[in-house]
Ligand binder design. Structure first.
Ligand SMILES: Cc1ncc(COP(=O)(O)O)c(C=O)c1O
Length: 361
């Protein structure tokens, strides 16, 4: 390659990141069991290998634990007369979404339009997008998706967005189902203030031509990891009461509030005591994580949350012992989520795991 081939302009052009080009990722939905079996027959992937022959670092899913988690959530919800609408930000896999739907969920949640596209392509149609969709580019993509599934819903929290979504729906000859997103006290991520402002927003939706008001969302993410079950129960019920009261106020105006959605893995067995609550948006319960395991549970101590089992682990190999008291593995920053507590070792005690760089632990 000649030196001038390495110009910035050429780099931008060839890598599609130029100012005028838009990168539209192709949608990958994973492989079904049959496709995997087909690849195994064609010799593209090895079959019937032991866990100890898997190349590392590798992400492993313990299917027994995973299926017990699926079953436990669905049984809890069935027995306690609430529905669940799992948040798929945990896995982003249509295959897992379908297993959740088969286990009894009334649909799924995604955080954004692109995740919903993957789910629709993978055959899942009942989707709530749990963050407002704002830009005209994303609204257009969402409308295309709505044409493919009438089960698509989105939350909104401001009048300007009502207008934009309604206009887009009308010009596509569609009715889009929406929930008013309410900001539970202290959460402050998305959502309109509970009470009168939320009631007025619901009334604006009702008056809009292209939208259908289905209910409310109140996601109290700030309550999910409150330490100790009793403390979490008290604080979550108080926090969610603001949304329950808003629901009653909307209903007083003669507007039906069919859906009251929110909550997560930390409050799934508390939210069903919130008046009028309909469905819990549990995400992490299928895999669990180190942070959740420490929040304390109803039937456990304040330091252990054993309602669901950790099913997702990283398999790593000890590659060196550079000094006494330290073993280096092949799993570092690129193998773990880095925004929570440090990884913990499975079945090995008296040792802690630290990250030593991109590829080393
Ligand atoms: C809107 C919303 N609902 C539900 C969840 C799922 O929560 P969890 O993984 O704690 O069950 C999340 C997670 O961040 C979320 O953002």
């Amino acid at each position: 390659m000649k030196n001038n081939d390495l110009s910035r302009r050429k780099f931008l052009q060839s890598s599609s990141f130029g100012a005028v080009s838009v990168l539209i990722p192709s949608i990958k939905t994973g492989y079904t069991r049959d496709e995997m079996k087909g690849m195994e027959r064609e010799g593209k992937i090895p079959g019937n290998i032991s866990k100890w022959d898997i190349d590392t670092p590798a992400l492993l899913l313990d299917m027994d634990a995973f299926e017990r988690n699926l079953k436990k959530m669905s049984e809890y919800c069935r027995k306690n007369n609430i529905s669940f609408r799992p948040h798929t930000k945990t896995h982003k896999s249509p295959i897992i979404s379908k297993m959740q739907v088969s286990s009894g969920s009334i649909g799924i949640c995604t955080a954004k339009v692109s995740e919903a596209e993957v789910m629709v392509k993978g055959g899942v149609g009942d989707i709530l997008i749990t963050s407002p969709v704002i830009s005209s580019y994303k609204i257009k993509r969402m409308m295309e998706l709505r044409k493919q599934t009438s089960g698509l819903m989105v939350v909104l929290d401001n009048p300007r967005n009502i207008q934009d979504l309604s206009d887009a729906s009308v010009s596509n000859k569609l009715k889009l189902d929406v929930l008013v997103d309410i900001n539970p006290p202290g959460m402050d991520r998305t959502g309109i203030q509970p009470g009168k402002p939320a009631v007025e927003l619901a009334e604006t939706v009702i008056k809009s031509e292209g939208l259908r008001f289905r209910g409310i969302q109140a996601y109290a993410g700030n309550m999910q990891h409150v330490h100790g079950f009793e403390e979490r129960r008290k604080r979550n019920l108080k926090c969610m009461e603001t949304a329950a009261e808003t629901k009653r106020m909307i209903e007083k105006e003669g507007i039906e509030v069919e859906i009251f959605s929110g909550g997560g893995t930390g409050t799934y067995n508390i939210d069903n005591y919130v008046q009028g609550f309909t469905d819990v948006q549990v995400g992490s319960y299928i895999f669990m994580d180190v942070q959740y395991l420490a929040i304390g549970g109803k039937d456990f101590s304040d330091d252990y949350y054993g309602d669901f089992e950790p099913s997702l682990t990283v398999l790593t190999t000890a590659i060196s012992q550079p000094v006494k008291g330290r073993i280096t593995t092949d799993a570092g920053i690129k193998s773990f989520a880095m925004d929570g507590p440090k990884p913990v070792l499975k079945d090995i005690t008296g040792v802690s795991y630290g990250i030593r760089g991109d590829e080393h632990g």
